[in-house]
Structures are given as C-alpha cells and as structure tokens.
Design a protein around this ligand. Structure first.
Ligand SMILES: *[C@@H]1O[C@H](CO)[C@@H](O)[C@H](O)[C@H]1NC(C)=O
Ligand SMILES: *[C@@H]1O[C@H](CO)[C@@H](O)[C@H](O)[C@H]1NC(C)=O
Ligand SMILES: *[C@@H]1O[C@H](CO)[C@@H](O)[C@H](O)[C@H]1NC(C)=O
Ligand SMILES: *[C@@H]1O[C@H](CO)[C@@H](O)[C@H](O)[C@H]1NC(C)=O
Ligand SMILES: *[C@@H]1O[C@H](CO)[C@@H](O)[C@H](O)[C@H]1NC(C)=O
Ligand SMILES: *[C@@H]1O[C@H](CO)[C@@H](O)[C@H](O)[C@H]1NC(C)=O
Ligand SMILES: *[C@@H]1O[C@H](CO)[C@@H](O)[C@H](O)[C@H]1NC(C)=O
Length: 287
C-alpha cells in the first residue's frame, strides 16, 4: 500500500515535471468531451500521433489541485495499482482507456499524457460528463374548491416527482402557463450515488379544462386532465337526473293507464260478453 502510494507520488511528480518542461507542445491541444451514462462504460481515447513510437501513456484525473493516476501503460515497467484497475482497460494500439461501471464521481476533467521516444510528450485534456435517466415522473393532482374571483372556483395542487437522475434538472410543465401558477421545488441528492430526486409542487388556479403533463430531464409523465370536474359532470348529472325523472314519469303514467284500462275479467252473465274489446269508455258501464 505504502509502496504504491510512493510510486504514485513519483508518477505524479514526474509527470508534472515532464509536462512542465520547456519545449512541451501540449498546452494548445483542445479539450475533448466525452459523455457517459451511469452504470455503463465509456472509452476515453487519447489523441496521439500513432505513427510515432509511444513508450508511455498516463491517464490522470484532476481532483482539486492534484492529478490522480487512473491507468495507462509503460513499456519499461509496471504501473502502480489504483482503485480504477478493476474497471479500466487500456488499449495500447489506439491509446484508449475503457472505464466501466461509470459513477457520478467519475465526472470531471482528465489529463492524458502521451510520451514519445522521438518527440516531446503531449498532454490532452478530456472532459467527462455523466448522465443518468430520471424515472418516469409521477404526476398527481389534488383539486379543491376555493372561494374567490377565479372563474373555476377551484385550484389544483399538482406534484411532479422523479428520481435517480443526474444532473439536476428543472421540472417543466408543457400545457401550463408559468404565469398561472406558483411553484415550489424540493430536491434531494443521494449521498452515495449522487443522483437526484426532484419533487415540484405547482398550485394552478383553474380556468378551463387543461391537459397537463410534466417532464424532468428528458422523461415525461402521463397526461391528466384537470379543472374539468365541475362544469362537465354537473351538466351530465343534470341530464341524467332529467332522463331518470322522465323515465320514472313515463313508468308512472303507464302504470296508471294499465290500472285504469285493465281489460275486465270475462263474465258469463255479462251481456257485453260478445263485445271483443273492453276499452276505457266501457269501463264505467261495467261497474
Ligand atoms: C505524426 O508524427 C510524424 C513524424 O513526426 C509527422 O510527420 C506527422 O505529421 C505527425 N502526425 C500528426 C497527425 O501530428
Ligand atoms: C479488484 O479485483 C480483485 C479481484 O476481484 C480484488 O481482490 C480487489 O480488491 C479489487 N480491487 C479494487 C481496488 O477494487
Ligand atoms: C484496441 O484498439 C484497436 C483499434 O481500435 C482494436 O482493433 C483492438 O481490437 C483493440 N484491442 C482490444 C484488446 O480491445
Ligand atoms: C458497479 O458499481 C456499483 C456501485 O458502486 C457496485 O455495487 C457494483 O458492484 C459495481 N459492479 C461492477 C461490475 O464493478
Ligand atoms: C416556477 O417558479 C419560477 C420562479 O418563480 C418561474 O420562473 C417558473 O416559470 C415557474 N414554473 C412554473 C411551471 O410555474
Ligand atoms: C411531492 O410533494 C408533495 C407536496 O409536498 C407531496 O404531497 C407529495 O407526496 C410528494 N411526492 C413524492 C413522490 O414525494
Ligand atoms: C385532453 O385530452 C383528451 C384526450 O387526448 C382530449 O379529448 C381533450 O380534448 C383534451 N382537452 C383539452 C382541454 O385539451
């Protein structure tokens, strides 16, 4: 352990000394950007002149003021073992380092130093960005009646929450006008995975039926319709009540008519027996 720390120090110091040496052609090199997805792997390729013999390659991560050795190769000796050894693999042919099982802590700036036998060494800066997909947001609405001038007489508390994403993201509400709402955002970063849980609550004053959804990162919730509860179902309720009353009224009328116009029971002594149909007019005569 102590040995590896010492050789690491030596490495860092030598690399600093070497890169600080005059005649170094590295400083002008542009920054290369790489993107990685949490839990997956990424291949960081160091730009270097492959037609010139390369005897050493260092990939270092900048942590604060120090460069931390990650992996690389050296044709003359073996390099110190670091915590990255198990999830990095170096390809000497194309000067790349594949890093697997990416975590948010891997995000940052790297330095790749290429040592040529017949040329000054080169230093390249590599930027690694890590992203993690947010879960599909959960969208919930709770609407209450409010007394006030708002035309709908209602306000809805909409909450949109999602988890496991990186980096932090705004919550967006396609379909809602920002001017129509107040909002409050709670966010929490997991101390271990560094991913975010975000929950935004928006108070929306009902105006007309609105379809809303929310999005966090690039994931979008399902769509719900709010502010329709009163106007539309109330009308339906009235219509249903109307129809039911009408049907009941019809049934009542029919029942009454049936009672009134019931066909008289055949009576052998009745002289009117020969009459084929009893109707309402004949009924009073019967009794
Ligand atoms: C690589 O090095 C060779 C020899 O020094 C040089 O001729 C060539 O232009 C270099 N290529 C690049 C891309 O720098
Ligand atoms: C790397 O893997 C070996 C074997 O699986 C294990 O013994 C060692 O502790 C690991 N090293 C680190 C730094 O995780
Ligand atoms: C190294 O990179 C070269 C060129 O991209 C590729 O052909 C080769 O398969 C790689 N080697 C390994 C061990 O991945
Ligand atoms: C990947 O990282 C996670 C979290 O750090 C760890 O639990 C898991 O064992 C790692 N898997 C591999 C294959 O290294
Ligand atoms: C949330 O509040 C911020 C600041 O008050 C505002 O800029 C933004 O538009 C609001 N978003 C929504 C959806 O209301
Ligand atoms: C989001 O916040 C609202 C209001 O504080 C709360 O009612 C809701 O349960 C929260 N959602 C989640 C998933 O934590
Ligand atoms: C909401 O969506 C439904 C189903 O897509 C649609 O029928 C309805 O017209 C929409 N309402 C509004 C107010 O856009």
């Amino acid at each position: 352990m102590k040995g590896s720390v010492c050789s690491l120090l030596v490495l860092v110091i030598t690399s600093v000394l070497l890169t600080a040496s005059p005649g170094d052609s590295s400083t002008e090199a542009p920054v290369r950007n790489f993107n990685a997805v949490l839990g997956q792997s990424v291949t960081l390729r160091c730009p270097g002149n492959l037609s010139v013999h390369i005897f050493r390659l260092y990939l270092q991560m900048q942590r604060g003021q120090t460069d931390y050795f990650i992996n690389g190769f050296d044709t003359a000796r073996s390099l110190p073992v670091t915590e990255y050894m198990n999830r990095t693999e170096v390809n000497q042919t194309d000067l790349s380092v594949t890093m697997s099982n990416i975590t948010v802590s891997d995000e940052g700036q790297y330095k790749c130093i290429v040592f040529y036998t017949e040329m000054p060494n080169e230093e390249h800066v590599i930027n690694l960005k890590v992203t993690a997909m947010y879960s599909v947001p959960t969208l919930m609405a709770e609407c209450i009646h409010v007394n006030g001038p708002a035309t709908g007489g209602k306000s809805c508390q909409l909450s949109c929450s999602s988890t496991g994403g990186y980096p932090w993201s705004e919550v967006e509400w396609p379909g809602l006008h920002p001017s129509e709402s107040d909002n409050e955002t709670e966010s929490f970063q997991d101390p271990h995975s560094k991913t975010w849980t975000i929950n935004q609550t928006v108070t929306y004053y009902c105006d007309h039926p609105t379809n809303v959804s929310c999005s966090i990162g690039r994931t979008v919730s399902h769509t719900i319709t709010i502010c329709e509860a009163d106007s539309f179902p109330l009308r339906v309720n009235i219509a249903i009540a109307f129809v039911v009353t009408f049907v009941l009224f019809l049934v009542l009328v029919l029942v009454l008519m049936k009672c009134h116009c019931r066909r008289p029971r055949p009576n052998p002594e009745d002289p009117a027996l020969g009459v084929p149909l009893a109707d309402c007019h004949s009924q009073p005569q019967k009794s």
